[in-house]
Design a protein. Structure first.
Length: 462
């Protein structure tokens, strides 16, 4: 089912998101940063999981569709705290299988998992001693799925991190965001909330689940510099190797830049960055949203992001039974198969030395603010690694008469398709001074193919 009205609301929430935390700055000055960030630069592709009580109503409250993001149902319906808490009595996701989820991440070519340990609804998805409002104490499930996931990740060599809503907590009288039950945020004792729930829960997460690769904070309402610094010190003191995303506080910069939701910049960035992205139009499961991104769309986005120097954190929203919807599993597995052949162009690869391939600003068309709009190009993207350029060509763009390599000074030693296990050298001809690689007549993969161009030097000289 296509969800045009939902998309409208979703877009509205996207418009709000950048106000809060788009284009943050990354803290790169401290000495531990280079050590912490190394795995992230290699990984490029991660699985985001939004899972919580909201997967039960799944976008519908008292028989009525509630528009917006699935995980925002409590806020958007709105559902009073006294009613929302009753969902915990029914939450029994017996089909949750950490092994299966981690195996899916592995087979999809994802290298890290970040899961909601507590979203804005305030419900902890792990066994917390700080608040009984958690999946172990408040539900019939009586298991700690995050511990199970942490163990499965360790077994499969996948990095594991936590999303934690540090500021919004609609369950708590002093948490941000729930004005319907608790009145205006300005009148709350927000520091009390931070010191009594948010900070101790973050400490628990960093203490009981082994190495945490990333603490993913979000929507930093009322997170002043002083408050942000407290969280920063906490994370650094308990797990110095744990990365902090870009949404802790406006003033306190994490280890990398977090863009707005689903916002891929038009050009490369100099800092490390990551885009959190959806596979449909919601993060938490909605039963009416089956608007899944196709494998081709996902591959394009992943390569686009990598070619601009970023990471792609792609979300799945398990159902209330604990299962990731079948359709998106299939799509992700197709992406994984593509990555098995073409992964050299992604993992550890760095951004494009070119840039014109991203597109250009229109000379004539302006947006509502009078700024020229960006016209993206989608024919190909380039990533690099030592002595190699990887050109990924998408969909219909398969130049049977030869791929024209953009101009640079370095000598090319050979070219081949990454998906060809023999790396059979392709003929390179020079036409009107332009080096042209002769591609195989029939396109090996109409979704995307990667051409590897090897250089006589480690780095390309433009
Ligand atoms: O409000 C949240 C939303 O529910 C979701 O968690 C996303 C993921 O990036 N972050 C916030 C909106 O930007």
């Amino acid at each position: 089912m296509r969800l045009t009205p939902l998309i409208g609301l979703f877009c509205a929430s996207l418009l709000l998101a950048p106000l809060v935390h788009a284009e943050t700055k990354a803290e790169t000055s401290d000495q531990g940063h280079e050590k912490r960030i190394a795995w992230f630069r290699e990984a490029k592709f991660g699985m985001f999981i939004h899972w919580g009580l909201y997967s039960i109503p799944a976008g519908e409250w008292q028989g009525k569709q509630v528009l917006g993001l699935g995980e925002w149902i409590m806020h958007n319906a709105p559902v009073p705290v006294k009613d929302y808490v009753k969902l915990a009595d029914q939450f029994n996701p017996t089909q949750f299988d950490a092994e299966k989820i981690v195996q899916l991440a592995v087979d999809s070519g994802m290298k890290y998992i970040v899961i909601t340990s507590k979203h804005h609804d305030g419900f902890a998805m792990y066994h917390s001693s700080v608040s009984k409002y958690n999946i172990y104490d408040a539900t019939p499930f009586k298991r700690d799925p995050l511990k199970e996931l942490a163990d499965a990740c360790a077994k499969h060599g996948i990095k594991f991190g936590f999303y934690y809503s540090q500021s919004q907590d609609w369950h708590e009288p002093n948490g941000a965001g729930n004005t319907a039950d608790f009145g205006p945020d300005e009148k709350k004792d927000f520091d009390r909330y931070l010191t009594e729930k948010s900070e101790p829960q973050v400490k628990e997460l960093l203490t009981h689940y082994g190495p945490v690769c990333l603490m993913w904070f979000d929507t930093p309402f009322m997170m002043t510099e002083e408050r942000g610094s407290r969280f920063m010190r906490l994370v650094r003191s308990v797990q110095p190797n744990c990365l902090i995303d870009g949404r802790l506080s406006k003033e306190v910069h994490g280890d990398y830049v977090s863009t707005g939701d689903n916002v891929v910049p038009n050009k490369s960035m100099t800092e490390d960055w990551e885009v959190p992205a959806t596979t449909n139009n919601t993060w938490g499961f909605r039963k009416d949203d089956t608007d899944w991104k196709s494998p081709g769309e996902i591959v394009f986005k992943l390569v686009d992001v990598a070619s601009k120097g970023g990471n792609y954190l792609l979300n799945v929203g398990p159902t209330s039974a604990g299962v990731i919807p079948e359709h998106i599993q299939e799509n992700l597995l197709t992406v994984g198969k593509w990555l098995k052949l073409n992964g050299d162009a992604i993992y550890g690869a760095t951004k494009s030395p070119f840039g014109d391939e991203f597109g250009e600003y229109s000379a004539s068309i302006k947006d509502h603010a009078g700024k020229p709009i960006f016209l993206p190009r989608t024919d190909w993207r380039c990533t690099t690694s030592k002595g190699k350029l990887f050109f990924t060509l998408f969909r219909k763009y398969y130049p049977r008469d030869g791929f024209e390599i953009p101009a640079f000074k370095t000598k090319v030693t050979q070219a081949y398709m990454l998906s060809d296990p023999e790396h059979t050298p392709l003929k390179i001809v020079v036409r009107d001074g332009v080096r042209c690689v002769q591609l195989p007549r029939s396109n090996p993969d109409p979704m995307a193919v990667t051409l590897c161009v090897e250089l006589a030097d480690d780095k390309v000289q433009l």
